[in-house]
Design a protein around this ligand. Structure first.
Ligand SMILES: NC(=O)c1ccc[n+]([C@@H]2O[C@H](COP(=O)([O-])OP(=O)(O)OC[C@H]3O[C@@H](n4cnc5c(N)ncnc54)[C@H](O)[C@@H]3O)[C@@H](O)[C@H]2O)c1
Length: 375
């Protein structure tokens, strides 16, 4: 027997670019990667974004003499399916693009960029793509990393890949038309980050969070808040892009939420499930003296002040425990649940028990239905 070891290192490089007036003819950001002479682009646009930007998008490519095939695709979780993946792959196959210098452009929320990313990852074994997030969830989270995926076999993101975009283009003007519920949905990921790693970001949320939500993040103070959230997220993602280290702070709020959003996909958004998980985790952390009463109260008060509407009735301890078990498989046999240790601090737990979950559910249901001052 002879052995020949094969080693190859691949550098990942992409830019996260803040821009404004993305579809203005003088703005080159959309064409900043790939060729522009005699060029084509396969562009996938979220159906709700199309409502507001259809004309501007077409005029942009026409102005630059780029032959663009614009495909309009629905957002929302129920469309993150294998059938939609196939439909999109078929559309792409009818509009052949160069394999290296005509990147696919994905303009939409996290559902669309995850789905298009997976098509880009698998078409001809991988073609380049550019992400343009149009929701807050996409802006601060889904678009800036390298994960792609679709739901499969009743499991969230069960098929997917790591496939880095060539560029991420951030234009917060898209958030102007985003419904308030989806603004709050994205806010949950910012709260996650603040609680688990960034106390000054938590302070910013207490001071400016509600105004940011009310003004769809178009106000001056929101610039600092969004920049800090994205910088914090990238600080966590960049050294661990392929998740070789499975103890990830950014998984805070993503343990019990997995079961909740899988079972209640029709009426629970990703961020809403994450927020319920954050509250449960906060109560577990309080019981273990990882948070003081005062810190616990601050977290609950922040969430109250932002005006979330949460449904306590879906908190089934059996489902939450099953979700923890599933995530333990996902995390290679250890729970690795990130828990706040003081606001802005983090420890990983591997020994969460059913009775802690039950007790947290009891307290949370009471808080959400009867008495907001029980902590
Ligand atoms: N890849 C990752 O690292 C990552 C990280 C976090 C979340 N995600 C995924 O992101 C998904 C959720 O993303 P989402 O919350 O953006 O949902 P989404 O893509 O379904 O968008 C939410 C809704 O907003 C609409 N919309 C989008 N942009 C709009 C705009 N500018 N104005 C008006 N309406 C607009 C969409 O049509 C949809 O109805 C989940 O599937 C989650 O798994 C992925």
């Amino acid at each position: 027997m002879s052995t020949r070891k094969v080693t190859f290192q691949h550098t990942i490089e992409y830019e996260v670019i803040n821009t404004a007036n993305l579809f203005h003819p003088q703005n080159w950001a959309l064409l900043s990667v790939g060729k522009i002479e005699d060029a084509r682009r396969f562009v996938v646009v979220d159906a709700n974004v199309e409502k507001y930007h259809a004309k501007a998008i077409r005029e942009y490519f026409a102005h630059h003499h780029v032959e663009a095939k614009i495909v309009v695709f629905p957002g929302d979780e129920e469309n993150k399916t294998f059938d939609h993946y196939l439909a999109l792959a078929r559309e792409l196959d009818c509009f052949p693009i160069h394999r290296r210098d005509e990147p696919i452009i994905a303009i939409g929320g996290g559902v669309l960029t995850d789905l298009v990313g997976f098509v880009a990852a698998s078409y001809r074994r991988g073609v380049p793509y550019v992400k343009v997030p149009t929701t807050l969830m996409g802006y601060v989270d889904a678009s800036i990393g390298i994960k792609t995926g679709i739901n499969f076999n009743s499991n969230k993101n069960r098929l997917g890949s790591f496939h880095a975009p060539q560029a991420v283009l951030l234009d917060k003007a898209f958030l102007k038309t985003l419904p308030r519920r989806h603004i709050l949905n994205g806010m949950c990921e910012i709260i996650k980050l603040a609680v688990i790693k960034d106390a000054p970001l938590f302070d910013l949320l207490e001071t400016h969070g509600a105004q940011g939500v009310n003004e769809h993040f178009q106000n001056e103070e929101s610039v600092v808040l969004l920049d800090r959230a994205i910088a914090g997220m990238l600080e966590e993602l960049e050294p661990n892009l392929f998740e070789e280290d499975l103890a990830r702070k950014v998984d805070f709020g993503h343990t019990f939420s997995y079961g909740l959003e899988t079972r209640h996909e029709a009426h629970l958004l990703h961020g809403e499930a994450v927020l319920l998980d954050i509250l449960l985790s906060t109560l577990i952390a309080r019981r273990r003296n990882l948070l003081t009463d005062d810190e616990t109260r601050r977290i609950f008060h922040l969430i109250e002040s932002l005006g979330f509407k949460l449904d306590a009735s879906i908190l089934d301890p059996g489902l939450l425990l099953a979700s923890l078990t599933e995530r333990t498989y996902h995390r290679n046999g250890l729970q690795r649940v990130p828990m706040p240790h003081g606001i802005g601090g983090c420890v990983f737990l591997n020994d969460i028990h059913a009775d802690e979950i039950e007790s947290a559910v009891e307290i949370l249901q009471e808080w959400m239905t009867v008495n907001h001052e029980i902590i």
